[in-house]
Structures are given as C-alpha cells and as structure tokens.
Design a binder for this molecule. Sequence first.
Ligand code: TUI
Length: 312
Amino acid sequence: MKTRLCEIMGTQYPILQGGMAWVSTAELAAAVSNAGGLGIIAAGNAPADWVQNEIIKAKQLTNKPFGVNVMLLSPFVDEVVEVIYRERVSIITTGAGNPGKYMEKLKSIGTRIIPVIPTVALAKKMEREGADAVVAEGTESGGHIGELTTMTLVPQVVDAVDIPVIAAGGIADSRGVVAAFALGAEGVQIGTRFVCSAECTVHDDYKKAVVKARDRDAVVTGRSTGHPVRALKNKLTRTFDRMEANRATIEEIEEFGSGRLQAAVQQGDVQEGSVMAGQIAGMISDIKPCQEIIDNLIADTHDVIDRLKCYR
Ligand code: TUI
C-alpha cells in the first residue's frame, strides 16, 4: 500500500479522510493521522479563527501530517487560506470550486494542493494549474456531489492526468480500496466510514442514523438548484422534494436548507437536520476507533487480493 501519495502526503498509508463540513474537526483529523492516514480538518463555512483553533488543537493531538479542506464557496475562504499559509499547513484538499487563485501563494511555502473534482475536464485543469494530485469524487459520496459514479469517473480521470488520482465515493472497506486501485487510483478518500468512528465528534444520533441506514437511504435533493446534495432520507429531504416538485425558487430552497447540517451534527436533529452521508452508509454497522477502521482496511486488503488470485 505504498504509492506516490504516501510520499506527497508524508503518511504511512494512501488513505485520506474526507473533509466534511462540521464533522471533520481536529479530534477526527488527529485520530486518522495517528492511525497512519491523512486526517483533514474541514473549514466548511466556518470563520478563519475557528479553523486556526482547530489547526492548533490538531498540532497538539498529533505529530503526524494532517490537512485542511477548503470549501471554496465559503464567505471566509480568503481568510481561511491566510490562516493555512500562516500556520504552514502541509496539505490542503479543496471542494466546490477551483482553488487556482490560491495555488501560487500556498505552493511558495511547500503546501501540497489536492483539489476534489467531479469531472475529467476539471481534473485536467487542476493538473495544468499545478495540483499535486486530485480526488476524483463519485456521486456515491455524501454532501455536495457531481453526476458521475466512482466506477466511471476514476478510470477516465486516471487516463487523463499524470498526477496521482485518489478515488472517493462509496469506499468504506477493503473491497472498495482494492476496487479503487483496480481502476487506477493510487489512494482513497473515505468520509462516511469515519463519521462512525469513536473519535468523530458528531452527535451520537447522527452516527446512529448512519449505522441504521440501509442501501437506498442516502438520497439526493436539490438537483433543481444545480447544487445536488446527498443525505439520509428524513423529514427534511421529503420537504425538499415537495418544494422542488412545487417549483420553489433556488433562493427559497437554499434559505430553507440553511443551518440544517449544523443542526444534525451538533444537536443531533436527524429528522429536520441534514444528515449528509454517502451511499455506502448501508454497509456501515458499527462505531469503532479510527485505528481499528484503518487497521482492518489494510489487513483485509491483503485477503481481498488473495481471493482475486484465483482469477489468474
Ligand atoms: O465539496 C464537496 N462536498 C461538499 S461541500 C459541503 S458544505 C457546503 N455548504 C454550503 C454550500 C456548499 C457546500 C458539503 N459537501 N465535494 C467536493 C466537490 N467539489 N464535489 C464537486 C466539486 C466541485 C464542483 C465544481 C469542484 C470544482 C468545481 O469547479 C467549478 C469551477 O469553478 O470550475
């Protein structure tokens, strides 16, 4: 499991934890980094001083490398990038946009930049602009998603760029890791599985909702707004469906959705909050420490590969 990515990220394994707004705190990031992966603090829509505090906390909780995910639609994105620069964060992932305008500044201090992208065109653009790797994120993922599946997106991105490709969307165990590598990925990004970790600070009811979820429970709303979101089916997603069917405006839908992720994550409002999770939620049946999640991923990977040898 040593790939170019381990060198780029300075980690034991080519496993990144997804940058999940409100979910990916210093505690989760440090636990993943301590277990040999790359933990990531998600800036989400948070102000820069919150991000700075999380970075300081993570530095106290681990001496391993960790990253920060920059959500490019955040109103605080410029200040967040300034904090990343001042704190000399070694790796960033980015979501929901093009990080091009920050590349030169961050590369000048050696920060590695790994944009999350949903299409081949964006992967090529990111490579041209100097990205160190890309995360090809399939529509199986939780949160804001693109259209292509991991199965179709990853090999097309692998063929289109020379930088390492990290597969994301629908990966939560060693079978998913081996499948991603079979598609040409050199690493994996894992989100939903780490939500159900002991160290993740989300409300217990959020974790329980993911554990309870079955295969078809992670549904997409907001297609009509141009910002589709995958979350567990509940009263909120049903209301969104109704609003979209009744042709509510984008503004009305976005206004109604505001604060819903925070309500689910922090207050455990799993009915009227947004319980963002990927399609693989149906496979997750327990809550365990990040060390155990990663150890199992690695140990079982060898078993999966051994099983495949019968096809030689
Ligand atoms: O970013 C995500 N998933 C997310 S972000 C999020 S929090 C949020 N809160 C309020 C508003 C918006 C988001 C919850 N889930 N995944 C990575 C991702 N990035 N998926 C798709 C993209 C993407 C989309 C467009 C990347 C680049 C892009 O570029 C467009 C351009 O500017 O050319």
